[in-house]
Design a protein around this ligand. Structure first.
Ligand code: CA
Length: 237
């Protein structure tokens, strides 16, 4: 799935050669709703960054082959990743180096052993700064308005009542209008990659969404694309 589609579930690249720490980070971050990829050394990290375009990098300072600092320098050198948030992870004895790390481009750093809460707060602050999406602002498409903060949906100024899954489904569509999503992509984006449900479940919720959102005489704004999936669209074809 293209990386722009899952802005609601940030992708974090954990660059860490200590397998136990990487596993702990993955476990905790996934529990908090992040998607996680891992790299065990610098070159692998740079490849992953190119291929997966993470939203944030947790970068261990002491890595085999290439130091965290060098990885950070290379991240900053590439125009595509110049503004990619990087948090350096250092051991206590490396504190001085950590400050230097900030000078060479890391946005923040944590010192091992660090508290997960502290790390999460820093990550969220950085993600907010780098990605100031009006996540809670109203979404609009055609004659539909969605107020995420108030959890209200209107069509033609008429209140529409949606179940929680239909609400998230519509929110996802409204964030990517006119784009066609396969059932698998919808499952991934709306239900999350760890939820295992049948792709046909999507059809059930699409049906419910249509029933709720399309009033009598109103245009069906959910387009079915044969063999491909669904899109929020005002054009039938
Ligand atoms: Ca290390």
């Amino acid at each position: 799935m293209p990386d722009s589609l899952i802005a609601s579930r940030p992708l974090v690249l954990v660059v860490e050669d200590e397998a136990a720490l990487a596993t702990m980070l993955r476990y905790n971050l996934e529990k908090q709703g992040f998607r996680v990829e891992e790299a065990a050394d610098g070159p692998e990290a740079l490849t992953r960054i190119r291929e997966s375009a993470p939203d944030l990098v947790l970068l261990d300072w002491m890595l085999p082959a290439m130091s965290g600092i060098e990885v950070c320098r290379q991240i900053r050198r590439r125009p595509a990743t110049r503004d990619l948030p990087v948090i350096m992870v250092t051991a206590r004895t490396e504190d001085q180096d950590a400050v230097r790390g900030l000078n060479t481009g890391a946005d923040d750093y944590v010192t091992k052993p660090f508290s997960m809460d502290g790390l999460l707060a820093r990550m969220r602050a950085l993600l907010r700064r780098s990605n100031p999406v009006p996540a809670k602002g109203p979404l609009e498409f055609h004659d539909i308005a969605m107020d995420l903060a108030a959890h209200r949906v209107q069509r033609n100024a008429r209140a529409v009542h949606l179940g929680p899954t239909e609400f998230r489904l519509l929110e996802f569509f409204m964030q990517h209008p006119r784009r066609v999503f396969s059932r698998e992509e919808l499952l991934d984006g709306v239900w999350g990659p760890d939820i295992h449900v049948e792709p046909r479940t999507v059809d059930v919720h699409i049906r419910r969404l249509r029933k709720a959102i399309n009033g009598p005489g109103e245009l069906d704004i959910v387009r079915t694309v044969r063999a491909a999936g669904y899109a929020l669209d005002t054009e039938p074809l």
